[in-house]
Structures are given as structure tokens and as C-alpha cells.
Design a protein around this ligand. Structure first.
Ligand code: SF4
Ligand code: FES
Length: 243
């Protein structure tokens, strides 16, 4: 264990932990939007900024979801400087995604009621954090979506910018990992619809012959059977009705 301080409080932090993880382990709040334990740290939203001073006396601002703890580290999570930067970031996020409930709520918590920047039109909720694409790649192993282009043109898209990614299995992991509700998933009468910011796709679902529930997209079941090396017939029934 390493000895660090957060806001002047002495704490023990696990070696290899990020500052954010150490803070959370001790119930110290740091606002986050894109932090996601399921994928490698990325640091897209910058909301988790903190001020640090190393044992050697080096001071700077770092993103706590990426920066690893080290012996003697002193962390401040709520200085005036951080407060100002966070408010600015939230105003920018609000301008980009004025309809995202998550961002509105985080902004309110930081005392930001409105943005002084021009709000984007068109119900955009994507902050380009890449959680969806990284989950699809790193966790599911499919890589059906990715971020493309640079600067103001950066966007979430499919390989080769096609309307539909043949690789997508309809698992919905992108929707679960999206911090702003920019990707939605709905199952209605045997059809799963996933809506991304740029398009939407429908998937036929498999019905359980025992309980009658539609429980997963056919394509996802085929993918799981293939990658796990198990026979497709093992997936006739839903998980609840299997022996
Ligand atoms: S759709 Fe959601 S998860 Fe994907 S890049 Fe946009 S905000 Fe991030
Ligand atoms: S939560 Fe750390 S950069 Fe988004």
C-alpha cells in the first residue's frame, strides 16, 4: 500500500490504482463522465481533473482517472482553480449536448445552470469519449464502431463509414457503456433496435421455447457460440430456462 493524501487526509492507496480509484475507495467524490472500469483508462472528458504535488515537489493538474498513485502524492480535488476549469468544461459539454440529462445533472451539481457558448442543435448527446467503441473492441472483441476524423469533424462511425457494420452483433454493450445516453437500445416484440448518433440497426431476437421470452439477438448468440467453441444448440433456451 502507498501513503498519499487527498484534500489533506492521509490515506492508504493500492499500488497500481488510479487517483480516482483511491479516492472512490475512501468515499471521496471526484466528478466523472467518461471513466469506465471495463475498458482501459482514456481520459476524454477531463472532468475528473485534480491538482497533485509529488513527493519531489512537482505540482500540476492531472486527470485522476488515468494518473496512478505514487508514494507521498498529495492530491487536491476541490481547489478554486479546479472549480473554474470544471465549470468551463461543463459549459462546453452543455453547449455540445444540451439535451443530455447526465450532463445537465453534473453541471447543476457544479453550480452551472446554463452555458454561455452556442448550443448545438439536433439532440446531440455524444461527447466523443469513445467508451462505446472501446467496449465493442476491448470487451466484446467485435470493433463494429469507431471514432473517425479529427478536430471539429471527429465523429462516431462504422468501419469505412458504411450505414451498417456487418460486424455488429447487436449485444448493446455500446449502449450500456455510453455515459450520456447517446446510444439507446430497445427490445420490442422480438426485434432489438440500437440507435447510434449516426444511424440505427434492427436485430431479430431468439425466442425461448420454454418461457416465451425473446432473450438475445440471433447474431449475438451465433457469435457467443462461435467464440466460445460451444454448439449452437446449447443456446436454444434462455439462460433462466436451461438445465
Ligand atoms: S456514443 Fe456515447 S459512448 Fe460513444 S463516443 Fe458518444 S458519448 Fe461516448
Ligand atoms: S472521467 Fe476522467 S477524463 Fe473523463
Amino acid at each position: 500500500m502507498l501513503n498519499i493524501t487527498i484534500n489533506g487526509r492521509q490515506i492508504k492507496a493500492k499500488e497500481g490504482a488510479t487517483v480516482l480509484q483511491a479516492a472512490r475507495d475512501h468515499n471521496i467524490y471526484i466528478p466523472t463522465l467518461c471513466a469506465n472500469d471495463a475498458v482501459a483508462p482514456y481520459g476524454a472528458c477531463r472532468l475528473c481533473l485534480v491538482e497533485i504535488k509529488t513527493a519531489k515537489g512537482r505540482e500540476r493538474l492531472v486527470t485522476s482517472c488515468i494518473y496512478l498513485v505514487e508514494e507521498g502524492l498529495a492530491v487536491q480535488t476541490e481547489t478554486e482553480r479546479i472549480g473554474k476549469i470544471r465549470k468551463m468544461l461543463l459549459e462546453l459539454l452543455l453547449a455540445r449536448c444540451p439535451d443530455s440529462e447526465e450532463i445537465i445533472s453534473l453541471a447543476k451539481k457544479a453550480g452551472v445552470e446554463k452555458t454561455r457558448f452556442v448550443e448545438q442543435e439536433g439532440n446531440n448527446k455524444c461527447i466523443l469519449c469513445a467508451n462505446c467503441a472501446r467496449t465493442c473492441d476491448e470487451v466484446v472483441g467485435v470493433a463494429a464502431i469507431s471514432l473517425a476524423k479529427r478536430g471539429v469533424d471527429r465523429e462516431l462511425t462504422t468501419p469505412f463509414n458504411e450505414d451498417f457494420s456487418e460486424a455488429c452483433i447487436g449485444c448493446g454493450s455500446c449502449s450500456f457503456s455510453c455515459p450520456t445516453g447517446a446510444i439507446t437500445m430497445e427490445d420490442v416484440k422480438g426485434t432489438r433496435t440500437i440507435k447510434w448518433p449516426h444511424n440505427s440497426i434492427k436485430f431479430k431476437m431468439r425466442k425461448c421455447p420454454v418461457c416465451g421470452q425473446y432473450w438475445a439477438p440471433e447474431k449475438q448468440i451465433e457469435y457467443v457460440a462461435k467464440t466460445s467453441g460451444t454448439p449452437l444448440s446449447d443456446y436454444d433456451k434462455c439462460p433462466d430456462c436451461r438445465d
